[in-house]
Design a protein around this ligand. Structure first.
Ligand SMILES: [Zn+2]
Length: 271
């Protein structure tokens, strides 16, 4: 959390509200959240125009040609847009003040896989570690990439170097819809099942984007940059439903730790 749909929800919102605006100031409130580039390079964004906001996997990318500002949301990253008069939420680490005046704020209460990066020119920073985006990957490339792995299919889907953007929620949902056990080694799923899985991954991601992603209960629930709550949570058929009946066969859903994450699945429907 957040995964691709939540990152897309944020990118779309930022693009709609901040595109074309110029940076007036950048405030780095916690130095160690700047992972690539120096505070001086961060200050070079002042005066630059935001031309576009895009996304690759779970990363949100703000384009200030010739520089890019990359946000990694990690487990609990939050991005908001607010007037300067609104007090920032706790754990706000980076603020970009735009003409308007309006601010983009990045907050995160945890540090795992999170932070911001300033990239100059062709520099790729954390983006070099990412495979093809999960929404953009073709069925042939998907099969080729996945089949090369002997790890459990669940762990393979979570591997951002294989395909970027899928995390625990959407891998559980896609495997459930495809009838594939999360434990099955990736190279033993078979091309026909992988074709079904490719379609299921793209479907769950597209459905989630359409309704603003998933918001989970917890200390750091996801919210869109406008504070809205993702509606996809209500659509989860499998993720987080451990102990409840399978929506397809009625048997109790089980859970197991696979690839370091908890997976929920149906032993009867997923082979
Ligand atoms: Zn079932």
């Amino acid at each position: 959390m957040p995964e691709l749909p939540e990152a897309q929800t944020i990118a779309t919102y930022l693009d709609r509200n901040l595109r074309g605006k110029r940076v007036q100031a950048v405030h780095l409130l916690r130095r160690d959240f700047l992972k690539t580039g120096t505070p001086r390079q961060l200050q070079q964004l002042v005066g630059a125009e935001l031309t576009q906001v895009s996304r690759h996997g779970k990363s949100v990318i703000l384009h200030f040609p010739p520089r890019r500002f990359v946000i990694q949301l990690g487990m609990s990253g939050r991005v908001s847009v607010a007037a300067p008069s609104v007090p920032p939420e706790p754990h706000t680490h980076v603020v970009i003040a735009f003409a308007g005046p309006i601010e983009m704020r990045y907050a995160n209460s945890r540090r795992i896989a999170s932070g911001v990066h300033v990239l100059a020119g062709d520099e790729q920073g954390p983006l070099t570690l990412l495979g093809t985006d999960a929404l953009a990957i073709s069925v042939d490339e998907f099969i080729e990439k996945v089949i090369a792995h002997r790890t459990a299919i669940k762990a393979t889907l979570l591997n951002q170097a294989v395909l970027a953007g899928v995390g625990n929620i959407y891998s559980d949902e896609a495997l459930f819809r495809s009838g594939i056990s999360p434990r099955r080694p990736a190279n033993r799923v078979g091309p026909d099942k992988l074709r079904t899985l490719h379609q299921a991954v793209q479907q769950v991601l597209a459905e989630a984007i359409k309704i603003g992603g998933s918001t989970l209960r917890g200390s750091d629930p996801f919210a869109g940059a406008d504070g809205s709550v993702g509606e996809f949570t209500a659509q989860h058929q499998c993720y987080g439903r451990y102990g409840q009946p399978c929506v397809q066969c009625g048997r109790t859903l089980v859970r197991a730790t696979i690839g370091g994450r908890t997976s929920t699945f149906c032993r009867n429907c997923q082979k």
